[in-house]
Ligand binder design. Structure first.
Ligand code: 8YV
Length: 330
């Protein structure tokens, strides 16, 4: 398995499903952080020392400091498609493989985007709170009026795999789909999604529903702030299933307080799991605790793909979904 023909030593930095540990135990010596709380940065760096590989989640930050003393490290496998928790440059400098879990969560996460879109448009959370509060005594013509999803304009920011899967859901609702991306899709892909490329401003001004699905990076930090929110229709909704930090939560809270847009559906937050306290008091927001990929089938698929990647890398084979393929063979 490795050069000295001993079992590779790995860190599993968070609790995973028992079946994952069983798979890994057959091959590796595991230092298992069997808990739901993430390690501190210092603890993580210490536990990586002497390890050949590591399995981490999106909440473990992997940068030059964390891997500095982990001289044996060959591969770090992320149980997430987003890898903004990795400093890829730092990995590359050390020749360490990084992997993620694309594809297996595409449709599940697209479903979640649509769930939030529907919930905020039809005021589901607000309506349920009101009902549970014992306030429902009569049918009322003007009660809980929402905004339509069908035959409206869906604006998707970030047209990767998940964005495209959302576009296809939009088509089934008779929506007009527009999108903004760093680069327009190929004509074939555009055709498959029946989506029209527009610039950021055109999307914000024309969309009835804005869906954020882009990766987080320095470029997309506060991609939606006060200026962008001011461009949106007062009847529009905003859904973020991408990453906290893409939206300036402070600006969003202020816009929602003033009913500048209709509402927001959020799965991710700046500085999560802490939330901007203003969000909790607002009726016009649906809040989920970063559960975009959380179905049993998908979370198992993510775990197993991350383990496949880790074991391949430890065995000297190219992992299926490398985030830094440019270092392979170097
Ligand atoms: C993960 C995600 O659950 O894959 C991603 O990028 O955001 C989620 O599916 C989360 O990052 C934990 O690893």
């Amino acid at each position: 398995m490795n050069s000295s023909n001993t079992r590779p030593k790995i860190l599993v930095a968070r609790r995973i499903f028992p079946e994952g540990i069983e798979r890994l135990e057959a091959i590796c010596d595991i230092d298992y952080v069997d808990q739901i709380e993430p390690l501190t940065k210092v603890e993580l760096a210490q536990r990586l020392i002497g390890k050949d590989g590591a399995l981490v989640t999106g909440s473990e930050r992997i940068d030059a400091d964390t891997i500095k003393d982990a001289k044996a490290l060959k591969i770090i496998s992320n149980i997430a498609v987003g890898f903004n928790n990795f400093d890829v440059e730092a990995l590359n400098q050390r020749g360490i493989i990084g992997t993620n879990t694309p594809d297996v969560l595409t449709d599940t996460t697209a479903d979640m985007g649509f769930a939030l879109l529907m919930a905020i448009s039809r005021r589901l959370s607000e309506a349920e709170r009101w009902l549970r509060d014992g306030q429902w005594h009569h049918w009322e013509m003007g009660r809980m009026l929402g905004v339509d999803i069908h035959h409206s304009t869906l604006g998707i920011m970030g047209m990767g795999r998940i964005g495209q899967a959302i576009a296809k859901r939009g088509l089934a609702f008779g929506m007009n789909v527009i999108y903004y991306n760093r680069k327009p899709l190929s004509k074939d892909l555009e055709q498959a999604c029946q989506a029209t490329y527009v610039d950021k401003e055109t999307l914000l001004k024309n969309a009835d529903h804005v869906m954020l699905v882009m990766p987080y990076s320095a470029d997309s930090h506060h991609f939606i702030g006060a200026k962008e929110l001011a461009m949106m229709k007062s009847t529009a909704t905003l859904v973020n299933i991408a990453r906290g930090g893409i939206v300036d939560d402070n600006a969003l809270v202020e816009a929602l307080q003033r009913n500048q847009i209709f509402g927001a559906g959020l799965d991710v937050y700046e500085g999560e799991p802490k939330l901007h306290p203003g969000l909790l008091d607002l009726p016009n927001v649906v809040l989920a605790p970063h559960i975009g990929s959380a179905t049993e089938k998908t979370r198992y698929s993510m775990m197993n793909l991350a383990i496949d990647n880790l074991l391949a890398g430890l065995a000297g084979q190219k992992p299926k979904t490398m985030i830094n393929p440019e270092i392979w063979g170097k």
